[in-house]
Design a protein around this ligand. Sequence first.
Ligand SMILES: [Zn+2]
Length: 173
Amino acid sequence: MGYWRYCRHIILATIITLAIFIINIYAPSPNSNIEKYYQNELILYENYFYNTFNSKIKYSGQIYFSKNIAINLYAVCYPGPMWLTNIKINYERWKFLDIYAKEELIFHELGHCLYWLNHDNDLIELKVKNKFRTCPKSIMIGTWDIMDGCYKYNRDYYIKELQTKINLKRGDL
Ligand SMILES: [Zn+2]
């Protein structure tokens, strides 16, 4: 009797272990791990923003990946209920970006969503790999090829430029 009860538990435990094993094979758990990894990456870049611009205000909206976004867009800051905003990121584009472009993208969207900055479509000549080329004057440019190297090779310039814009906004507050 006692032996059978013990045995039953072993059998039950084996069945459960097998079931979990099978579920793990068929469930998209590796994908969700990748998504979790990228979600943590978003938090990392958000914190970069606070540190870089010495931002005392934190973003109260959500930054998240969404499939419900136009294919040609990298990200969008959109108004939610009340005064809240959210930032949707296009994962299909995000996964091909380098660390510079990812930073630029999150800084741009937080520029909109946290400091209510508008697009600035002015252009400027900047050095990219020892050659001058036309670049955005600001991270807050409306449409641009984010992987063109402008930000990567002139990060300090763009950080300073955005800091100036943010300081002006802070003065308004
Ligand atoms: Zn924008």
